[in-house]
Design a protein around this ligand. Structure first.
Ligand code: PMP
Length: 354
């Protein structure tokens, strides 16, 4: 730390991203990326766009917004694209939270929420999950602040039903409720249709998981036009060109290729269920995940040891040292071949442990 670092940020503990090894020596099941290439249309549009990169990107993302409006059934002023969904989440903290409007989120959820809160000097309350990691929606009634719920939740993969989400939105008419749907395409129900009914609901999604564009950095928020207007004020006060041209073009191509995304999601879901069955046979305990990852623990080996042994065998998964999570590993669902290699490695490790 330099002697110039602002006093207000000295205690900030930044988010730790999952390992991103520089070569492909690992089977990479640690950061919930898609194992499949982006849609051919996304690649084609992106390649064409590179030539135009001497020009700034369109701050209104017009072409992408037009396609997205049709795709999600919303109006142009109800959607805002950002540099990954992390950016729109940060915008939401900046726009809606302050000393009088603290943030509320589960004690086990996406680790970036606490960082965004601290970065923006926002007080927050972490609401404990139930012992089975589920959210008790009665804990989210009549709160005065801003509620952040990842649905499905991370790293558990558990999902709330749309009616439960609606209950939370309805029970907090004077609070913004942010539903982070980074993993929604792998089997949960999206709350996007509810934005027409509630002016306090913001839904965020990403192109990083189901659309195979993690490295392009594209996310978005959908909400009533007043909420989106506020978020635009933040965007135009920080970085109006937050989505670059190539990413915008790739995003448009990806949305135009809906079938490609839907097929890939079906493949991931099938592989997830197949892998879960195999892990169950090996004695693993798992949550009922609706995401593109499995959250698993084994009675015979601790979470960190398993993570390290898998790494030795060339397989990267994500281990969190936080209390209540440390027995588990979060394993991204890859291709069938990758998951077969995982199962084989686990068999070997458990064989050595006995
Ligand atoms: N929300 C959740 C729950 C996540 O797990 C992630 C991915 N780390 C994000 C949001 C952000 O993803 P991105 O910025 O790539 O859109």
């Amino acid at each position: 730390m330099s002697r110039f670092f602002s006093d207000k940020l000295r205690k900030l503990v930044p988010y730790t991203p999952g390992e991103q090894p520089k070569n492909m020596e690992y089977i990479k099941l640690n950061t919930n990326e898609s194992p499949f290439a982006p849609s051919p249309k996304a690649i084609e549009y992106a390649e064409r766009e590179i030539e135009l990169c001497r020009l700034y990107s369109d701050p209104e993302c017009t072409d992408l917004v037009n396609v997205a409006c049709e795709y999600f059934g919303v109006e142009k002023d109800e959607i805002l694209f950002t540099n990954g969904s992390d950016e729109i989440l940060n915008f939401a903290f900046m726009a809606f939270c302050d000393g009088d409007h603290p943030a509320y989120f589960p004690d086990i959820t996406y680790g970036f929420y606490t960082v965004f809160a601290d970065l923006n000097n926002v007080p927050y309350t972490e609401i404990p999950l139930k012992d089975d990691f589920s959210i008790d929606i009665s804990d989210y009634e009549g709160l005065c602040g801003v509620i952040f719920i990842a649905n499905p939740n991370a790293p558990t993969g558990l999902a709330l039903s749309l009616s439960d989400i609606e209950s939370v939105v309805r029970a907090n008419p004077n609070s913004v409720v942010v539903i982070d749907e980074a993993y929604v395409d792998f089997g949960a129900e999206s709350a996007v249709p509810l934005i027409k009914k509630y002016d306090n609901l913001l839904v965020t999604q990403t192109f990083s998981k189901s659309r195979s564009l993690a490295g392009a950095r594209l996310g978005f928020g959908i909400g009533c036009k007043e909420l989106i207007c506020d978020l635009n004020t933040i965007k135009y006060s920080t970085n109006p060109y937050n989505v670059n041209r190539v990413t915008m073009a790739a995003g448009k191509g990806s949305l135009e290729d809906r079938e490609y995304t839907e097929e890939n999601c079906q493949r991931i879901i099938a592989t997830r269920e197949r892998t879960k069955n195999k892990l169950k046979e090996l004695g693993f305990e798992m949550t009922d995940t609706f995401a593109n990852f499995i959250f698993a623990k084994h009675p015979l080996i601790c979470g960190e040891e398993l993570y390290l042994k898998l790494k030795e065998k060339g397989i990267l998964v994500r281990h969190f040292s936080k209390e209540k999570l440390d027995e588990y590993n979060r394993i991204t669902v890859g291709t069938d071949e990758q998951m077969d290699a995982l199962v084989k490695a686990l068999e070997d490790i458990l064989g050595e442990t006995k």
